[in-house]
Design a protein around this ligand. Structure first.
Ligand code: NAD
Ligand code: TDX
Length: 358
């Protein structure tokens, strides 16, 4: 089977990107990686500590910088020639990723998620690189909660879980920017024959996730002596997957996926926000009602649920970290043990939330 010899990993200092770089280092030590990351508020060089130096080149820079991207993607650019083979694939994680930030100001989301994806696609086209695009289930909009009437513009005949055939109907500015990027990738395959694949994954959890996201925010609130903050009624459902399972799925699709195809990535992890919070409070020895109710996002998505049937059937991928209680406990322990990793982000993040009423 085909194996990439040198991957350009965009956003490799972010949550999922860093987990992917560690995963590849562990499972495929023969593959070189160049990480291109702007180190925005969401990225940290430290998250890549422990990856062998001879397997990793780190470049701080912007995916919207066409000259820089060209220099890294070209067969004579970057580290190439110093014992490193030319880049043969781009795995594209870089994005503005947080819904609350997009609701406050979508400008950086359109720039990075849409224009940045275009810059990378053009470089991949010039050099005929394999291109894997990381996307989200949020492009499909949401599903009604069981027993709750669907909102008026929802088609009640829709399937009960998202599949690769679900229509695009993003509800939020972030989701709309990711949907736009997905459409560019599909068009570059159809029009120019670029060798692309797309994965649309559900909510990830695990180590190195920014404290603005739901699970790390609640864990670090408790570690700081603050109460967790639950949006709205807490009945919204997310389909949780451990980040390590997302990483193995990306590798399966990159190396064995059919060109031009989209794969849904999910691990049958549907849980309400209230249930997840209950688990965190229990593990951390707090009373079950020790949290605040705060205002929900405008237009908040109610339920995500994914059927990863195609990925399992065609590529024989299976999630391994399916014991959510255990994964949550390990994640709580990781944040307790890595306070220096997140402490510097906590105050600023909570100040931002206070301004947004969350
Ligand atoms: P993250 O916010 O933790 O990391 C994003 C990384 O991209 C950061 O390191 C940041 O510095 C970098 N970056 C941002 N703008 C950049 C630019 N212009 N140039 C170069 N680098 C830039 O995000 P994440 O949660 O790791 O998500 C990674 C990808 O996975 C995103 O494309 C996201 O849409 C997708 N995704 C995330 C989830 C999830 O649950 N977190 C689920 C499905 C899909
Ligand atoms: O403090 C909080 N309290 C709360 O109840 C926060 C930050 C969130 N929530 C709720 C909102 C959502 O229903 O928890 C749920 C999850 O929120 P986020 O962690 O912000 O994730 P979500 O909006 O579902 O998006 C995530 O999954 C899909 C990632 O951030 C996206 O990048 C990915 O595409």
């Amino acid at each position: 089977p085909w194996r990439p010899r040198h991957i350009l990993v965009t956003g490799g200092a972010g949550f999922i990107g860093a987990n992917f770089v560690h995963w590849v280092a562990q499972h495929h030590p023969e593959t070189h990686m160049t990480v291109l990351d702007l180190l925005t508020y969401a990225g940290k060089r430290e998250s890549l500590e422990g990856v062998p130096n001879n397997q990793l080149t780190f470049v701080r820079g912007d995916i919207c910088d066409a000259a820089l991207v060209e220099s890294l993607a070209s067969p004579t650019g970057g580290m190439v020639g110093r014992g490193v083979p030319p880049v043969d694939a781009i795995v594209h994680f870089a994005a503005e990723s947080h819904n609350d930030n997009a609701i406050a100001d979508a400008t950086p989301f359109l720039r990075t998620n849409v224009l940045g994806t275009h810059v990378l696609l053009e470089a991949a086209r010039r050099h005929d690189l394999r291109f894997h695009h990381i996307s989200t289930d949020e492009v499909y909009g949401d599903l009604p909660l069981p027993g709750e009437s669907p909102d008026p513009d929802t088609d009640p005949s829709r399937a009960t879980r998202f599949t690769e055939e679900s229509p695009y109907r993003p509800s939020s500015p972030y989701a709309a920017s990711k949907a736009a990027a997905d459409h560019l990738v599909r068009a570059w395959h159809r029009t120019y024959g670029l060798r692309t694949t797309i994965s649309n994954c559900s909510n990830n959890y695990g180590p190195y996730q920014h404290v603005e996201k739901y699970i790390p925010r609640q864990i670090t609130n408790i570690l700081c002596g603050r109460r967790p903050r639950l949006y709205g009624d807490g009945r919204a459902i997310r389909d949780w997957i451990h980040v390590a399972d997302h990483c193995s799925a990306v590798w399966a699709i990159l190396t064995r996926g059919a060109i031009g195809e989209t794969y849904i990535v999910g691990a049958d992890g549907e849980r309400s926000n209230l249930e997840v919070l209950g688990g965190i409070l229990q593990v951390m020895g707090r009373p079950a009602d020790d949290f605040e109710h705060v205002t929900d996002r405008p237009g908040a998505d109610r339920r995500y649920a994914l059927a990863a049937t195609k990925l399992k059937r065609d590529l024989q991928w299976h999630p391994e970290h399916t014991d959510f209680a255990r994964g949550l406990e390990e994640t709580i322990r990781w944040y307790a043990d890595h306070e220096s990793w997140w402490r510097g982000d906590k105050e600023g993040t909570e100040r931002r939330y206070l301004r947004q009423g969350h």
